[in-house]
Design a protein around this ligand. Structure first.
Ligand code: ARG
Length: 269
């Protein structure tokens, strides 16, 4: 039986590089909008047809170029949703649209203190009972004890030490079979040790720097399917050797903004 998965997505109608809030973004590196739309639709087709995911589409909003990265909408577990609180003013205007979407769908919306930063599933992901929380670049470490209480899950905080890997989902991807796909140098020694302590060596799938920089870890895993950016052949072989079915999708227009497959989706269950 294929695993069922519902994902929130937002079409890239207004996707552009209008500001620079991570080292990947350069305003001079303009997005080819038609190509971005093609790549996004191809990703949706793979998610729906090959992976069997159910997609919930949000309405894009002019002037909010990064709304397409729905991983940053917040975190959803069961019927409870915690909307993001963005670090940068440039993305803060997205908060009300994501929150409105959660409320419109009938989620119980629980909100963090306005002064704290939390960028949703971009910085919080994990296995069914243990989660990992990426902090320093975007989210604050102090939101994790609160989220841990609200969701009754252990959250292991991981400091992100390389600003090219500014969200946890750019360098770490928990897989459905308990393996962890990740790029260890994006974490400090303490974080690397914390991961090594919890994941047995045979379940640690280490991504090379070259493929980490092509966002190999920014993958969507649904059951045995793993949708990842094209251009990561070593990671594809690694996944296949563990029994996964890799689905490479070209997403380089979104890399101009520092995002790829996983950033473009939010898991709703
Ligand atoms: N340009 C966006 C930003 O810097 C990209 C967000 C990517 N999202 C993610 N979950 N990694 O905020």
């Amino acid at each position: 039986m294929a695993a069922m998965s519902r994902l929130l997505v937002c079409p890239p109608d207004y996707f552009k590089i209008e500001y620079e809030i991570n080292p990947w973004m350069r305003r001079s590196n303009a997005v080819d909008s038609e190509q971005a739309i093609r790549q996004w639709h191809h990703l949706m087709q793979v998610l729906e047809q090959d992976v069997g995911a159910v997609l919930e589409r949000m309405k894009p909003v002019p002037g909010l170029p990064d709304l397409v990265f729905t991983a940053n909408a917040g975190i959803v577990v069961g019927r409870k949703a915690v909307p993001s609180r963005f670090r940068y003013a440039e993305r803060r205007k997205e908060e009300t649209y994501f929150e409105e979407w959660f409320r419109g769908q009938g989620y119980e919306v629980v909100t963090l203190d306005p002064g704290s930063f939390f960028e949703g599933a971009g910085d919080l992901l994990g296995f069914p009972d243990t989660w990992f929380g990426g902090y320093r670049q975007r989210s604050d470490i102090r939101v994790f004890p609160t989220l841990s209480d609200w969701f009754h899950r252990e959250i292991i905080p991981l400091e992100l030490v390389d600003n090219r890997f500014y969200h946890l989902d750019t360098c770490l991807c928990p897989l459905s079979g308990g393996e962890l796909l990740y790029f260890p140098p994006a974490f400090d020694h303490y974080g690397q040790a914390a991961l090594a302590e919890r994941i047995t060596p045979s379940r640690r799938l280490v991504v090379s720097e070259a493929e980490a920089l092509r966002f190999a870890c920014n993958a969507v895993c649904v059951g045995k399917h793993v949708v990842l950016p094209a251009g990561c052949p070593e990671t594809e072989s690694l996944l296949a050797s563990c029994g996964y079915l890799p689905h490479p999708v070209p997403l380089d227009e979104f890399m101009k903004s520092g995002g790829s497959a996983k950033c473009l989706t939010l898991a709703l269950d």
